[in-house]
Design a protein. Sequence first.
Length: 66
Amino acid sequence: MIDAEPAPDQPQSARSGQPKPGPWRIADIVDGRKLRIQLTAAALDNGSDPIAQRKRAGLPAVRRDG
């Protein structure tokens, strides 16, 4: 079994000396305008078929079992 913390006689890993990542914004990760355009186009092209809408927008289909 692997311990989460090193034993006291073992040196700390190199990771402990690295700085913590700074704050981030969701806008830095996701292009909201592009996503909105894709979703709007998918909804207009496939009005009554939600599975086709998600496929057209490049999103995974949602499974509703049970």
